[in-house]
Design a protein around this ligand. Structure first.
Ligand code: EPZ
Length: 424
């Protein structure tokens, strides 16, 4: 397995081009199953999860053309016929978004067999709300040998579905299913994440009828068929937030290019509160520090537009050297503190109390060998390594490659000493 090495304690200086959002690109790719025409997506990041989903779509019958550009790929996905309605365990167990083919498959083929998902180990992550939602739309659901079997021989029917908790994946799945259902579906308490709106906008470009995009009530009027479209994936607010935190942590001065500052405002306002300089303008954000120590700042993860759980680990890394004590509360996932014991290896002082982590800022971090446990936790370790004195080695970096495009190159271009040792 590859290892990432970082010689830290150097400020990041320069510019970083932010890629297309992984968490938008993946559901957008599954939407291609809803039509027999071609869906072209641009600004698709080069990531392992994208490659794995290409493989899954291939198994289901899609033909995919990929054109590599300097800033992301263009993917053209054409699914003239669905060859198989089974999404196998070998692929779906690797990342959660692949489970979302369930909605398009059952909507288009009236039947689907999708393995229960895997993905980052950050909590129980049940699928009960997917099942209940599709049942409300008339599907019969069975769980057999680790697979979800969905059947709707008469086709899906519009329904009123009130989600008891906000779920991004459930909103993606039910919205896609509803585009081809008979009648109107109303999803109440829908996720408002920008990636959900991005998917909705693409579906509309494909001929879907959706109202309330960006709000917590989505109204979807089913249509007979969807057609092809071309759609640009929105920028990755989690990647942008991660590099913003890295710049702040190292006392650097970095301009993030190709971003939409309004979609990661919650993170920017926390950074401002901690004493980081933030200069946001259309398409660009400059992050800088004036040399003073950062102030401890509390954070609570929330659904959008609140502070995202996908930046919690990175923000905790930042707080390890801030002056004072900060309390970080995780409200979305019940087990998303795997990075705490790894940050402690750098000399961080963090204690856990249920869904809260109490971080007591220390003067400095010291390099250490550490282990990546999940995607965003890995990013937190990179951030700590960039600030720590000495040489850090991060093991199990395949997690990083699932969600951060060319991370070493982007950081090297800003003066970081970071390199990858390939496994022999
Ligand atoms: C998406 O996961 C993201 N993944 C996650 O990012 C992100 O952390 C999460 O949304 C929250 O923003 C992708 O977009 C690929 P949820 P998702 O359903 O959709 C509970 C990353 O690092 N729940 O919104 O799987 C669930 O357990 C990843 O890129 C049920 O109880 O998350 C959680 O507590 C990690 N029953 C809460 O809802 C269900 O049937 C929110 O999860 C479904 C979910």
């Amino acid at each position: 397995m590859d290892t990432i090495h970082i010689r830290g304690a150097r400020p990041l200086k320069g510019a970083i081009q932010i890629s297309g959002a992984k968490n938008a690109a993946l559901p957008l790719m599954t939407a291609a199953l809803l039509t027999d025409e071609a869906l072209t997506l641009t600004n698709v990041p080069q990531l392992t999860d994208v490659r794995s989903l290409i493989r899954l779509l291939g198994v289901l019958g899609s033909e995919i053309e990929r054109v590599t550009g300097p800033h992301g790929d263009a993917l053209t996905i054409r699914t003239a016929t669905i060859r198989s309605t089974t999404a196998p365990y070998e692929i779906v167990s690797q990342f959660r978004a692949s489970f979302w083919v369930l909605g398009p498959l059952v909507a288009r083929c009236r039947t689907a067999k999708v393995s229960l998902p895997g993905g980052c180990a950050i909590g129980a992550r049940p699928v009960d709300l997917y099942i209940k939602g599709l049942q409300k739309m008339g599907a019969e659901i069975d769980l057999v040998d680790g697979y979800v079997l969905a059947n709707a021989p008469e086709g899906l029917k519009g329904a009123i579905i009130r989600l008891p908790i906000v779920s991004v994946g459930v909103t993606h799945t039910l919205m896609m299913a509803a585009t081809l259902a008979d009648g109107e579906t109303i999803i109440e308490n829908a996720a408002r994440e920008p990636e959900v709106a991005d998917l909705a906008n693409c579906l509309v470009a494909m001929g879907a009828r959706i109202q309330g995009i960006g709000t917590s009530t989505l109204r979807i009027e089913g249509v007979e068929r969807l057609h092809g479209a071309t759609h640009r994936v929105i920028s990755d607010r989690i990647e942008a937030g991660t590099y913003a935190i890295a710049a702040a942590m190292t006392g650097g001065d970095v301009t993030l290019a190709g971003v939409e500052p309004e979609i990661f405002e919650a993170a920017l306002s926390l950074l401002r509160a901690a004493g980081v300089g933030v200069d946001a303008r259309q398409g660009e954000v400059r992050i800088f520090r004036n040399g003073e120590r950062l102030q401890a700042t509390n954070a609570v993860t929330q659904v959008y537009p609140g502070f995202p759980t996908d930046l919690q680990a990175q923000f905790m890394a930042l707080m390890t050297t801030a002056a004072g004590e900060s309390e970080i509360t995780e409200t979305i996932f019940e087990n998303r503190f795997m990075h705490v014991q790894e940050l402690a290896r750098f000399g961080a002082d963090i204690s856990l109390h249920g869904d809260k982590a109490l971080v007591r800022g220390v003067e400095k971090l010291k390099a250490a060998p550490v282990m990546a446990s999940d995607l965003r936790a890995s990013a937190a370790l990179v951030i700590a390594g960039l600030a720590a004195e000495g040489e850090t080695a991060i093991n199990r970096v395949y997690h990083l490659d699932r969600g951060f495009e060319r991370i070493e190159q982007k950081l090297c271009a800003c003066g970081a000493e970071i390199w990858r040792a390939k496994a022999s």
